[in-house]
Design a protein around this ligand. Structure first.
Ligand code: 6PG
Length: 239
């Protein structure tokens, strides 16, 4: 079952998701002294990062990682790091030593190894337990960089992988289901009419995460909260 919160506009959904992320960060800092978060890229999180940057947070105590990154240099227009820096790190003044980016400028297998090393260093374990993971959803129902047909979706074990996305002819480094499931919380932000079909398909179609990777986010042992605007929720039945 999908746990969805529906907001009137994309800005409202972004604000709702930012507020929830902030509460999870505050809770992690209160309980463990540090918060470890993995965020997504693409375009949808921009408004959420803008909202988060305006909030009072203890930026020295938050470690930032990525759910997925495109294998491009950090100043490239497709870099998820660059987008996050513009919308969150620069305006909020996040200390650089708290930013654990995927080194997309390296060959994909080296970027993956470096990212796994960084995760193991910061978590003092190869198996990360993020306090919160923020995900998105593609119009084709992909989440993270787990696109329909990606065999790693069904693989048990593994924290992250370098994957070649055929339809974009692009290499990416992505967290794998095990790392997403191990997180203490998952927030999914999806807005806009182009996401409506993917949202309803993952909610109502027969379970087949290999073809509908977003269904991973409905796993009963690791449920997610979806932050949707009305356009993205248009094909969900009203409760
Ligand atoms: C990425 C993302 C990806 C994203 C979806 C939605 O690097 O592309 O992390 O998984 O969440 O593709 O992207 P949009 O927000 O651009 O629609």
């Amino acid at each position: 079952m999908m746990n969805a919160l529906v907001f009137p506009t994309p800005a409202d959904a972004a604000q709702g998701c930012a507020g929830a992320l902030r509460a999870l960060i505050d809770q992690a800092i209160a309980e463990r002294g540090i918060a470890r978060v993995a965020v997504s890229g693409g375009s949808t999180p921009k408004l959420m990062f803008d909202a988060l940057a305006r909030m009072e947070l203890d930026w020295r105590k938050i470690d930032w990682f990525w759910v997925d990154e495109r294998c491009v240099p950090p100043d490239h227009e497709l870099s998820n790091y660059a987008m996050t820096a513009r919308h969150l790190f620069d305006p909020a003044g996040v200390p650089p030593d708290r930013i654990h980016r995927v080194r997309g400028e390296l060959p994909p297998d080296e970027a993956l190894e470096a990212y796994l090393d960084e995760i193991a260093r910061v978590f003092e374990s190869p198996y990360p337990e993020f306090d919160a993971v923020q995900l998105g959803l593609g119009a084709d129902a992909h989440t993270a960089s787990l696109f329909p047909g990606e065999p790693r979706i069904e693989e048990i074990g593994g924290v992250a992988a370098a994957v070649h996305v055929e339809k974009l002819d692009q290499w990416r480094v992505t967290l794998l289901p095990e790392a997403l499931f191990a997180a203490r919380a998952r927030l999914v932000l999806a807005t806009g009419a182009d996401k409506a079909s993917a949202v309803s398909r993952i909610a109502y179609d027969l379970l087949n995460p290999l073809e509908l990777p977003g269904q991973l986010l409905l796993a009963p042992g690791a449920p997610s909260v979806f932050y949707l605007d009305e356009a993205a929720a248009a094909d969900l039945e009203r409760q």
